[in-house]
Write a protein that binds this ligand. Structure first.
Ligand SMILES: [Zn+2]
Length: 434
């Protein structure tokens, strides 16, 4: 991905650096050749050359670009689970995924970790973004997901005579689990996404207290993935599934819904980050009836919402790590709404704005394994910077509306926001590859 050249000064607003520290009033961020050269009070800024480009934060907030830690680029706002694998051919889903990536960047998300993708579209989407063919967040790719036969993601009954090749690899036993990971190794993915447990969406055979993979299958996945330098995550709702994942050596947990003391201790021991992806539950409860969602599913989402909120608060209290991301890409929880996750964590779960922003920036970068490059505003890091018109700390919901974003910078290049539309920052010089 190209970075900007020369100097650019972002000034005239409070700086929230992503570490959870209190905001710095009247701060400044100086960017040199796509990287942050200075962060601090504007009054202590070293002299800058007259050629320096300037971005006026207009009394608003300067913060790190946001990280979507559970991004499904190929989910195209589907109204039914079955749509995910058979509605469109891979060619069209690829185009939809590129559109979703562009939208995420426009919403201030400069990086994202895929939570699973049809085929390995996200692997190639990442390449296209890195080569500046299409705009989007810096991606970590997952490709196809792994689930036990008969589990949550194995929803096509045999009479349909279609498999799930595009979306998931279905496994029976440790050998098939190993084989599935080896296939993904060749695809070029970075994160192996698995389904240790079911979900409220499937109340009959795979509800959120049901296991969808055995401990042996999960151990085989982790051993094979780690051998090849890949990381492993999983859809973990049931307490037993969370425990199996932590004992197997999972690198992150998705959801971590129903925790007990034992799973909490296992989680803290290895400091495993959890991505609750919880606003989805509230959106399902609110809008499910419009989409003919059965009452049993809605009741399950209510239980998930309460259990998930309790666990998220508990993890934060115990000093654990949480990433922000959220299964956006369903009709009732569409792409573009990503920042609703943040407002929800402040207004419903009870996190502070600063803790929530830290989860959505610093911890997100740690989940991607790129904390040395992105995630906080610090000298030497890539200038992935968001400039928001207004005080995000007192009103985090400002992030929900793209119209409030003045600038979205990626490697110092102005990619989106009101200033990009009005061309206030003069076009960057031809960049260099970072
Ligand atoms: Zn997901």
């Amino acid at each position: 991905m190209k970075t900007s050249q020369g100097f650019c000064l972002v000034e005239g607003g409070q700086v929230v650096d992503g570490t959870g520290s209190p905001p710095l009033a009247d701060g400044a961020v100086l960017i040199e050749d796509g990287r942050i050269a200075y962060v601090g009070p504007r009054a202590q800024l070293p002299p800058v050359s007259p050629q320096t480009q300037r971005i006026d934060a207009r009394g608003g907030t300067i913060l790190p670009g946001l990280v979507e830690a559970h991004f499904h680029p190929t989910y195209f706002n589907v109204a039914a689970l079955e749509d995910l694998d058979i509605k469109y051919p891979v060619e069209y889903v690829t185009l939809l995924a590129a559109a979703n990536a562009k939208l995420a960047l426009e919403c201030g998300y400069t990086a994202a970790r895929s939570g699973g993708s049809l085929f390995n579209i996200d692997v190639w989407l990442k390449k296209a973004i890195e080569e500046d063919l299409v705009p989007g967040p810096r991606l970590a790719a997952s490709g196809r997901e792994i689930c036990g036969v008969g589990g949550l993601m194995d929803w096509n009954p045999d009479f349909r005579r279609i498999g799930m090749e595009g979306l998931v690899l279905l496994v029976n036993g440790a050998d098939e689990a190993r084989a599935a990971v080896r296939k993904l190794v060749k695809d070029g993915i970075e994160w192996v996404k698995t389904y240790p447990t079911g979900d409220a969406a499937a109340p009959d055979a795979n509800d959120h207290h049901t296991l969808c993979m055995t401990a042996e299958e999960m151990n085989a996945v982790v051993q094979t993935a780690h051998n090849h330098g890949l990381k492993v995550t999983g859809h973990c709702r049931a307490t037993e599934g969370i425990k199996n994942a932590l004992l197997a050596g999972y690198d992150t947990l998705e959801h971590g819904t129903f925790m007990d003391r034992e799973t909490m201790d296992l989680l803290l021991e290895r400091n495993v980050p959890v991505v609750p992806a919880l606003f989805f539950e509230l959106a399902s409860i609110k809008h499910g009836p419009e989409f003919d969602m059965p009452q049993s599913v809605i009741d399950g989402h209510q239980e998930t919402l309460e259990g998930g909120a309790k666990s998220a608060r508990w993890i934060l209290e115990e000093g654990g790590r949480l990433g922000m991301g959220g299964d956006y890409g369903f009709a009732w929880n569409p792409h573009g709404d990503y920042a609703k996750e943040l407002s929800f964590f402040v207004n419903y779960v009870g996190f502070s704005s600063l803790d929530t922003i830290k989860c959505a920036t610093k911890t997100g970068a740690e989940i991607l394994g790129r904390e040395h490059e992105i995630g906080t505003l610090a000298p030497g890091k890539l200038a992935d910077v968001l400039v928001v018109d207004g005080d995000v700390v007192s009103n985090i919901a400002l992030l929900e509306d793209r119209a409030n974003l003045l600038a979205v910078l990626q490697g110092g290049v102005l990619k989106a926001g009101r200033l990009a539309q009005s061309g206030v920052q003069s076009k960057p010089e031809p960049g260099v590859t970072s």
